[in-house]
Design a protein around this ligand. Structure first.
Ligand code: NAP
Length: 253
């Protein structure tokens, strides 16, 4: 299905960013794959998009380096113009994120700052920087976590950062609605990626424990999050904004 909309996916060199890029491409969306240094991973994502018949380009973007955003947007605009498109972006998926987990007494200032600088500050200022090139009717999707709803010890800073992502998503939906721009958050439950040391993919005991606490009886697969994000970005859900969509198989109900 040709669509010709253009999406930017942060942290698309692996994990949920890659599965999102592939799901968007499967719906005919052209994808700008960004990475903060893993060029090989990003090229592999682009290769998979292209071998499935889609279009992808790769750019470097460290979401923690807000001072680089102006130059990044200029580079992105140049890329879009060279491709013959008007300089406009239809979909932004703020996927890049980090989790630092530990009990209250173990969390350092550096841990705290890394999590908030990446998940909240980077997300917020990237949206601000992209404003001039966002299309009328664009869709912004910020990746949160089911942990903003349920509670596990040793996740306080990460959970708080994702709660902040959801709060800013709702407020920006109100601010940007007059431009027809939708802003939503997606809250994945435990999903089998490299995240948290790959525990949800590789640690059989943890997978079993999570499965027992999930209505659908297992942890999620990256493709299930990518498909949900691509669906939320689609025209079928054009009347949905300021929402949090949890994609967790019913974790910790
Ligand atoms: N997997 C889960 O269970 C789960 C559940 C809920 C929410 N999430 C959220 O889903 C998103 C993707 O997670 P994932 O499961 O795909 O984890 P992942 O495999 O660890 O991937 C994280 C991605 O974020 C990128 N990233 C981190 N810091 C960055 C920075 N400063 N600049 C640019 N990119 C940066 C990583 O880049 P590098 O490769 O360079 O490190 C990587 O591409 C995150 O926001 C995470 O919080 C995941």
């Amino acid at each position: 299905m040709a669509d010709n909309r253009i999406a930017l996916v942060t942290g698309a060199n692996r994990g949920l960013g890659r599965s999102t890029a592939l799901a968007l491409a499967a719906r005919g969306v052209h994808v700008v794959v960004t990475h903060r240094g893993d060029a090989d991973g990003a090229e592999e994502t682009a290769r998979q998009v292209q071998s499935a018949g889609g279009a992808a380009a790769v750019l470097r973007l460290d979401i923690g380096d807000v001072s680089s955003f102006t130059a990044f947007v200029a580079e992105l605009s140049g890329l879009l113009e060279r491709r013959g498109d008007v300089s406009r972006l239809d979909i932004v998926v703020n996927n890049a994120g980090v989790g630092v987990f530990g009990p209250l007494e173990a969390v350092t200032l550096d841990d705290f700052d890394t999590v908030f600088d990446t998940n909240v500050r980077g997300t917020f200022f990237l949206i601000q920087s992209l404003l001039p090139i966002l299309a009328q009717g664009a869709s912004i999707i910020n990746v949160s976590s089911s942990l903003s709803r349920h509670t596990s010890p040793a996740t306080s800073v990460y959970s708080a950062s994702k709660a902040a992502v959801e709060a800013l998503s709702r407020t920006l939906a109100a601010e940007l609605g007059l431009r027809g721009i939708r802003v939503n958050s997606i809250a994945p439950g435990p999903t089998a990626t490299d995240f948290n040391g790959g525990a949800m993919r590789d640690d059989a005991e943890m997978r079993q424990s999570l499965a027992q606490q999930t209505a659908l009886g297992r942890v999620g697969e990256p493709e299930e999050i990518g498909d949900a994000i691509a669906t939320l970005a689609s025209e079928d859900l054009r009347w949905v904004t300021a929402q949090r969509l949890e994609v967790s198989g019913g974790a910790f109900l």
